[in-house]
Design a protein around this ligand. Structure first.
Ligand code: GLU
Length: 483
């Protein structure tokens, strides 16, 4: 257990696989919140030692996405820091030094077994219903045999010499005491045949050298802790505090996967989910506040967050809840901010929003109907497009009653230059009285003429957005529609 009273230092250590998984964002967020809460340091470290999985551009994409969410790291490949490099493939010399120490102390050993043999022993283990593990054959190689194999250029890996007796018992902040049988812990490969370290080796070395105090990461790493502890102890290093976050689940409680929907943070941002909503939603995946409050800004989370309130049980990624939260934020945040964030969707749709007064009013209304900003154009388009009417619309607008309503409104609106919402409400009331129509026979044609749909915002809102002249023009166009 880490006992020093050092400053909190935590890290988010993704492998750059091309996109940021929502589970990765949850890990980043919890690390970030813990660092902020304790005035600590939040580090971004790139774990790219699996060369087969490295994708060009993935690192830049990852940093851009993290930055967009507002989880700014204090140290990392792009911002620097005293403990760099922060990209593992640039730390190869460091791993070489430390693996040599393990070889010298007998905690690690060369293994020259080829793929064929490894497959064969795995298959045998499987048949005997045992976890597939290396059988330790190369532990017994003499110094001379090793030197000879190396001289002949035989491919090798370096393995951890993990003791198979007893149990490893350790503390985890979320899971409390965890005990794992050492007999099921494999002699983990530390250095692969391509010379690169595995995740297990590189992350332990780096966590130590980067003075990481708390390791906050997904539960899938819990079973690796005994190997990591053995490494720390072999080097004589202090073991950090472990915090394993509960699994993320689909609605059917299976492990969250791509197959059941979007798991990339980028795809949510592209659709115009607000980062505020996304972070708030993600914060509640495995953490809850003392009073079960749901809506938190990032600043408020920085205050409220604590490791003690992380749950053990898997957390369901409930899209309906995310959408609810998305809508809540879109309606609550400053309308000018929402308008600004929505701009790109209007540009993509080729809608001219240069009348900023009108644009703000449109957003003020359209935001009532959406949970992400890509949807807003759909609800705002009618304020910009020239109307096109269906056959059914033509029928309604062609009725005598509708024509009377439209004529009345055109005339009445013409009598006054500017109309406040209250003026329009009063006019609507008066019109219904004067015309002796039922509400629906008034609202439907007027709304259809102004907005292209019988349903939608109320008439004072619509006229408020268009202004008198545009409203009169739309009503007249509908009145004079060619049947
Ligand atoms: N590179 C690992 C991953 O992407 C990090 C695990 C850890 O935080 O230790 O999941």
């Amino acid at each position: 257990m880490h006992t020093g009273n050092n400053q909190v230092r935590v890290r988010f250590a993704p492998s750059p696989t091309g996109y940021l998984h929502v589970g990765g964002l949850r890990t980043a967020l919890f690390n970030y919140l813990f660092a902020r809460k304790h005035g600590g340091t939040f580090i971004l470290r790139i774990e790219d030692t699996d060369q087969k999985r490295s994708i060009p551009g993935a690192l830049e994409n990852l940093i851009t996405t993290l930055t967009r969410t507002g989880l700014q790291h204090d140290e990392g490949p792009d911002v620097g820091g005293d403990y760099g490099p922060y990209i593992q493939s640039e730390r190869m010399d460091i791993y070489k030094t430390y693996i040599q120490q393990l070889l010298d102390s007998g905690k690690a050993y060369y293994c020259f077994c080829d793929e064929e043999r490894l497959n064969r022993i795995r298959e045998e283990m499987r048949k005997r219903k045992r976890p597939p593990m290396y059988d330790g054959k190369c532990i017994g190689l003499s110094k001379d045999e090793i030197a000879d194999n190396l001289d002949r250029g035989r491919p090798f890996v370096i393995r951890l010499r993990y003791p198979k007796e007893g149990k490893t018992v350790f503390d985890d902040v979320v899971r409390n005491k965890v005990a794992i049988d050492n007999s099921i812990v494999d002699d983990q490969v530390l250095i692969k045949s391509d010379g690169f370290p595995t995740y297990h080796f590189a992350s332990v070395v780096d966590d130590h050298l980067m003075k990481i105090t708390h390791i906050i990461r997904g539960e899938e790493w819990l079973s690796s802790v005994p190997k990591h502890i053995f490494l720390y102890e072999s080097f004589g290093w202090e073991v950090p505090v472990f915090v394993h976050l509960p699994l993320l689940l689909n609605a059917d409680r299976s492990k969250l996967s791509k197959r059941q929907g979007d798991v990339s943070v980028e795809s949510y941002l592209e659709k115009g989910y607000l980062t505020e909503a996304l972070l708030n939603f993600i914060a509640l995946l495995g953490w809850h506040s003392a009073d079960d409050r749901e809506i938190y800004s990032l600043r408020e989370l920085e205050e409220a967050f604590s490791l003690e309130r992380i749950n053990k049980a898997g957390a369901v990624f409930d899209l309906e809840k995310l959408n609810w939260m998305g809508g809540t934020y879109i309606r609550q945040l400053d309308v000018a901010y929402i308008a600004d964030q929505s701009r790109r969707f209007f540009e993509e749709a080729g809608i001219d929003i240069s009348d900023s007064d009108k644009y703000l009013k449109v957003i003020g209304t359209a935001r009532d109907y959406v949970y992400c900003l890509s949807m807003i154009v759909e609800h705002a388009r009618m304020f910009y497009d020239t109307m096109t009417f269906s056959e059914e619309d033509h029928d309604l607008l062609g009725q005598e009653g509708s024509k009377r309503v439209l004529s009345y409104m055109i005339e009445a609106l013409g009598g006054q230059e500017t109309w406040s919402p209250d003026d329009v409400s009063a006019l609507v009331k008066k019109a219904i009285g004067d015309l002796g129509t039922k509400g629906k026979n008034f609202y439907f044609p007027v709304r259809l003429a102004l907005f292209g749909s019988c349903h939608g915002p109320d008439i004072p809102t619509l006229i408020g957005i268009f202004g008198r002249d545009e409203a009169v023009k739309r009503l007249s166009d509908a009145l004079h529609l060619k049947q």
